[in-house]
Unconditional design. Structure first.
Length: 528
């Protein structure tokens, strides 16, 4: 109850802002509370259901609970990504409660759609219980969807509400249908391809970036049959994303492009666009890095953002509505309060995007539709999957270094002071560098002793030793990031390159103070 009361106070504060038409700012106190108490997501669910049922659909308190729930689900997804068993079970329990509420009539269709939309905001894929509920709700023959009055009415409303913003339209459809069976979503994308509304038809090709292969395949067929109706802009977008999808799906896109051209569709040129400022965040312990990009928008500015994770690919991308220079500056200040940011070159952005497009394809993660929106805002037709060979890149960095820096005594000095220069490279740079996943948790929980130094030694021998190449690559990327800084010559990027080389060469990890810091932070983070 005390937790529920505090959550209600947070929801009330957010609802007050919403009722005044003001954006609700998430304070550090709110963020810490939501992250530290993942079980409170059930209180948010109860609050949303209660408030949605007690008032009309415009109830700001229901909206506040929904916002809190999206944040809590995102934190839960972080733990699922780290393979924590308790987090996976919590998602299953959350979905079981949702299914129970829906079957009892306490979650009508629109409320259920809002809730699954919050899951989509958190990039939390529906599990088997929620998908089973969707199967029950959509038992009609898929072929009858095109004749559904409710479907056509919903599409018409979207077309009228969102106007020409096809990216917002795809986002809205995705939120509303994230828990629907892939066959239903594929049929919906196909219906949009033949819609009488130009903006719906314009949005249909973007479903070729859907996370589900069935949806992508289902959307491609109607596009091919109606290739003559593609707009020049839609044709350009198909060509742009052609290499972003799995290789075995590219021939079908090629077929659509050839058919459209044969029918006289001329590919539109990329419109003018550029980035006036690009900042990249530090690479955190999970391998996550974000970009904040400013582009001109008339007399105002537009902020775009891209989020990626090493080993996974591009996770999120979006472009916001135009803002004033002051508002953009405030957003940068808020970001700098939580993570180090450095100005980087356009070349660095392009190389990093290309690398993570390739990594994503290898791991089965397609880039979000928003990446195409960002590409259009800053004019980036050249983004293609192209993985960086990190070992070759590290060797190239080493070759750039002055010979004196590689003398054995100097190398020993650099390694021996690694904890100091890593901490000084950028405020908070190494604070999040520790191991955090189910394997590490099991290792520490099953240890026969609680002696801190013994636990640290277990992390060295059973975790870090097996992940030394991961950290060597991480240090290479940190070196590339630091070298981009305007004052890059004064940054210790050569030190990170040398450290990466030493890890590859098999240096004993216990002799590297920075690795000892990582081991200590791991034990402290996992078990205090």
């Amino acid at each position: 109850m005390p937790h529920a009361s505090k959550l209600h106070r947070l929801a009330k504060r957010i609802a007050d802002k919403l009722s005044q038409g003001k954006p609700p700012a998430l304070t550090a106190e709110m963020a810490a509370y939501l992250e530290d108490r993942p079980e409170a997501v059930f209180d948010s669910l109860d609050g949303f259901v209660r408030q949605h049922g007690e008032s009309d659909e415009g109830n700001p308190l229901a909206a506040a609970y929904l916002m809190l729930m999206a944040i809590q689900l995102e934190h839960l997804r972080y733990q699922i990504d780290r393979d924590y068993a308790w987090a996976k079970e919590m998602q299953r329990e959350f979905e079981r409660r949702v299914v129970s509420l829906a079957q009892a009539g306490d979650l009508p269709g629109r409320a259920l759609g809002m809730l699954t939309g919050a899951m989509r905001e958190a990039r939390l894929r529906p599990g088997p219980d929620l998908l089973a509920l969707s199967e029950d709700l959509f038992t009609a023959d898929i072929s009858t969807l095109s004749a559904s009055e409710d479907l056509n009415a919903s599409l018409e409303k979207l077309a009228n509400d969102l106007g020409d913003d096809v990216f917002a339209l795809v986002d809205a459809v995705d939120k509303a249908t994230v828990a629907m069976p892939p066959e239903v979503r594929a049929a919906l994308a196909g219906q949009m391809a033949v819609s009488p509304f130009p903006n719906l038809k314009e949005a249909a090709p973007l479903f070729l970036l859907d996370p589900e292969a069935k949806v992508r395949h289902g959307a491609a067929g109607p596009l091919l049959r109606n290739a003559a109706a593609l707009s020049p802009t839609a044709l350009r977008r198909l060509i742009a994303i052609r290499n972003w999808v799995p290789e075995d799906e590219r021939p079908l896109i090629d077929q659509v492009v050839r058919e459209a051209r044969a029918k006289g569709v001329v590919c539109a040129s990329w419109r003018a666009g550029n980035a006036t400022e690009i900042c990249a965040s530090a690479i955190d312990g999970a391998g996550t890095q974000g970009f904040m990009i400013v582009s001109p928008a008339g007399r105002r500015q537009r902020l775009s953002s891209i989020l990626m994770r090493h080993g996974s690919g591009i996770l999120d991308a979006w472009s916001a509505d135009p803002s004033s220079k002051r508002e953009i500056a405030e957003m940068f200040d808020q970001a700098r309060a939580t993570t180090p940011l450095l100005s980087v070159s356009r070349g660095y952005l392009d190389r990093t995007i290309a690398h993570h497009l390739d990594v994503g394809l290898a791991s089965g993660t397609l880039p979000p539709v928003g990446l195409l929106q960002v590409a259009e805002e800053i004019r980036a037709p050249e983004w293609r999957p192209d993985r960086i060979d990190w070992r070759a890149t590290l060797d190239a960095l080493i070759d750039e270094l002055p010979p004196g820096l590689l003398d054995p005594p100097r190398v020993e000095e650099i390694i021996g002071t690694s904890a100091d220069w890593a901490a000084a490279a950028a405020d908070g740079l190494s604070d999040s560098w520790f191991e955090d996943d189910q394997e590490v948790d099991d290792l520490l929980r099953n240890a026969r002793t609680r002696r801190f130094d013994t636990l640290v030694e277990r992390i060295f021998s059973n975790v870090l030793e097996h992940r030394r190449l991961k950290w060597a690559e991480r240090f290479l990327w940190v070196a590339l990031w630091l070298r981009e800084a305007p004052d890059g010559d004064s940054k210790p990027w050569p030190h990170f390159a040398i450290l990466g080389r030493e890890l590859i060469r098999g240096r004993r990890l216990r002799t590297v103070p920075l690795m000892e810091d990582i081991a200590i932070r791991t034990v402290m983070a996992m078990h205090g």
